[in-house]
Write a protein that binds this ligand. Sequence first.
Ligand code: BDP
Length: 576
Amino acid sequence: MLYPQSNCARTVIDLGGLWQFRLKEGAEWKNIAVPASYNDQVPEADFRNYAGLSWYRTRITVPAAFRDQRVALRFDAVTHSARILLDGREIGRHRGGYLPFEIDLTDLLPPGQTGELTVEVDNRINHSTLPIGTEGATAFFGSDNPGITAVEAGKKLRQEKGVNLPAFDFFNYAGINRPVRLCAMPRAYIRDVTFVPAMSGEVRYAVDTVGEGTVHIDILDADGNTVAQAEGREGVAVIPSPHLWEPWPGTPYLYTARISFGEDQYLQTFGVREVRVEGNKFLINGKPFYFHGPCKHEDSPFRGRGMDQCVNVTDIQLYHWLNANCFRTSHYPYAEEMYALCDREGIVIVDETPAVGMWADENYGWGLNDYHAQVLRDMIDRDKNHPCVVVWSLGNEPSTDTYPQKAYDYWYPLYELAHRLDPQNRPVTLVGCQNIYEKDLIVPAMDVVFINRYYGWYNLSGDLDTARYAFRMELDYWEKINKPLVLSEYGADTIPGLHGAVGEMFTEEFQQAFYEMISQCLDERDFVTGEMPWNFADFDTCQGPMRAGGNRKGLFTRDRRPKMAAHYLRHRWGNM
Ligand code: BDP
């Protein structure tokens, strides 16, 4: 799905601002900011902990000037599912909280008219949603002491109340998290574009159109000069001696394809770069690439998971400060603005579906296969042209060792599907949980092995010498698999300002010593192609006995102040 664009043929009206919001049936309507999560905008426990349907409303007008145009209403993300009504009549629905959807308004709201737009949002999570909720059984942290009569009775009561218990470690922020826009374009229009550039300068392309017309493409360099042209809905344009898109600290050179179709026009940026796995190396433009950068969350004070360009820019500037070159969109696809920014800044992205919390039981995958495939399809469709995206991640930390064959049967078809769907055929991974690795069939079957490990934190806690010994032993195992390996999470909760001459857990000294120890193990191995600490910044989670004010594994605090370990990694990565 194309990102909305204003140009000589198209107009976009941003519908963000103050809307009205009702948390639940019968509650009063309140002012609420859009886009942003609703949870932290009103200081009431209900807003934080609510599980169920809520409503947003605003009035929208289609300008008279949009006569004879196609008009669409575009939601970048409503978490987790949405029902859209116009003057009380349902006009659309969408399942899933992190990908865009569009409703054609052309015949529903004529130019010059105003209507009341209602967005019903559902923040409930369970075994049929991605990310997954535990259906009231067990909280993510805290064992809920199984078997104690009174605790079991409490769990039952909790379940009846209908609470959300995430099977994942980030706050279940909900609402209209990303922009809503009214988009006008010619009736005969460009529906989608696909670019597959090769280092030779050959750019394969396809343009999907609706209505009558012919396609013409001009490819412009960064100075706006036309360097190639093509005619027709698909074909090859050739850029003579192209500039490559290189990740930081190289130059992330971008071209723009100006696509004309009848009266419509769309400008698509792309980069000329190739990504490939060869033996145990990960290659970008034929050169070995070493991933080094912390994983992220979309998380900031007040707005929760709400899209904010200022937060995006600040974060990416801090990646530059860290001398980092990448992140993973743990644990869901991010706002499209972030990918466009990373295209320009040369920050590499591992793009992840919201499949997190898939714990094992007899009924592995809870029948999510088709829906998961749809989400994967929509994510690849949305992000396929971004040069910054170099790996698809099918999901995070599913159980893979309790029912290894069931796990394989669930995930392998998704692996194959990702390869079939991606016109650029990027490498695919599944991020593995710390587990009985010898039993795992699916994680080693990926193009690049991504493993999350917490030696010295969740296990062998605090004893970094023993943790080093154990981690080395596991690396011996992976060395024999002979694939590129990325340590895709490792970290230690750290309270900023807590110090100790003897660095114990939660002190800034411990966090730094933890990273020094792991770095030492990684530096000994040739097949290791990346290190992605957990996490860039402290972030909000649901409350629990292991979370004091959220997850504190950030290299930065939630308001983006560096802890000691950030300085250490900045220095390490600056010397790479
Ligand atoms: C990993 C998860 C991540 C958590 C992290 C942690 O992938 O979402 O936040 O552990 O516990 O298991 O800090």
